[in-house]
Write a protein that binds this ligand. Structure first.
Ligand code: NAI
Ligand code: MG
Length: 335
């Protein structure tokens, strides 16, 4: 992620999607509008409602809007999520999936002082479309590890650590069993590490990591891993810090970046105005850091922290009774 302000005005693709996606997007944008940064929002349609209206869940125009923007904010899709978000990631070659795991006060976080970033390879590993095949007596899935993609993600993780004052990067793999593919991943990790002598390194097996995330989560700073392991560990991370209403994420490519809450369209609470907007707001903060607006990001982050610390204006998922917009107003008042 870049560290200094890059432009005077930013073009942001906004794809609210379905259900609470629309509600939390409106909330996040209303805070962005208080930050004294010029944003030019270009709205794109996608998701279940879009499919019903237009016959496609992800219109070409929406992809174009995302392509032409400095960054994209994405709310949530419903049943069409796979056709929308997975397709956007592929089309835009968003190779890095970033999931911060951070404990905030007055949440269901299991521990205090957790603050690490999971950097997950997003294009290969076990998750390649059409690589699964039925055989005579079962099925086979292929796991692909290329030097190019793994070096790119590992370098991204080290660079992230460097730019964000993190002192250590942990590689997670299973090289004792997957000797060739994860053997290569581990080898590349230590090659790339030589370019970052100021950053400490360690590597763990994925099964051990699953345990360490529970027994010593505060010791992690940046985790870099392959696609499937990253998928599983990042949900474990979400469980550690308690609740979908608080978990943001980023998908980063060479020329495109998309920031989304991890939760879906939540049909059970959609339309009631009670969704927690903080996951979407934290995603917007990741976007601010990506475009180099770090000061605004810090300010926004501090305002959210204050509202959580005070614990007076919280949505139902955090044990409160405030509405989406009441939480949003409280955050704005703390800017
Ligand atoms: P979900 O994340 O929408 O909801 C799971 C539970 O968490 C629900 O009880 C919901 O009310 C609660 N929840 C989620 N976000 C919340 C928030 N911000 N504030 C308060 N409570 C919140 O996942 P679910 O129910 O499995 O899927 C619902 C729909 O969303 C499905 O159609 C699914 O395909 C889609 N989905 C889309 C995703 C995306 O667009 N990236 C990701 C996950 C699911
Ligand atoms: Mg997942």
């Amino acid at each position: 992620m870049s560290t200094s302000k890059t432009k005077d005005k930013y073009q942001i693709a906004v794809v609210p999607g379905d259900g609470i996606g629309k509600e939390v997007m409106q909330a996040a944008i209303s805070v962005l509008n208080e930050l004294d940064i010029e944003f030019d929002y270009v709205y794109g349609d996608a998701g279940d409602e879009c499919l019903e209206k237009t016959g496609t869940a992800l219109p070409k125009e929406t992809l174009e809007i995302i392509k032409n923007a400095d960054a994209c904010l994405f709310g949530a899709a419903g049943e069409t999520a796979a056709d929308v978000i997975v397709k956007i990631r592929q089309e835009m070659k968003m190779f890095a999936n970033l999931r911060p795991v951070k404990s905030y006060p007055n949440t269901n976080a299991l521990f205090e002082n957790i603050d690490f970033m999971i950097v997950r390879e997003n294009t290969e590993g076990l998750y390649i479309a059409d690589q699964e095949k039925m055989t005579d007596d079962g099925a086979i899935a292929k796991r692909i590890i290329t030097r190019e993609a793994e070096e790119r993600i590992i370098d991204y993780a080290f660079n992230y650590a460097k730019e964000n004052n993190k002192g250590k990067v942990t590689a997670v793999h299973k090289a004792n069993v997957l000797k060739k593919s994860d053997g290569l991943f581990k080898e590349i990790f230590y090659e790339v590490a030589e370019r970052y002598p100021e950053i400490d390194t360690e590597d763990y097996y994925v099964d051990a990591t699953a345990m360490y995330l529970i027994t010593q989560p505060q010791t992690f700073e940046v985790i870099v891993t392959t696609n499937l392991f990253g998928d599983i560990l990042s949900d474990e991370g979400a469980g550690l810090v308690g609740g979908l209403g608080l978990i943001p994420s980023a998908n980063i490519g060479e020329n495109a970046a998309l920031f989304e809450s991890v939760h879906g369209s939540a049909p059970d609470i959609a339309g009631q105005g009670i969704a927690n907007p903080i996951a979407m707001m934290l995603s917007a903060i990741m976007m601010l850091r990506y475009i180099g607006e770090n000061e605004a990001a810090d300010k926004f982050d501090a305002a959210i922290l204050k509202v959580l610390e005070e614990a007076k204006t919280l949505t139902k998922d955090l044990g409160g009774s405030a509405s989406t917009m009441e939480v949003t107003e409280a955050i704005k008042n703390n800017l």
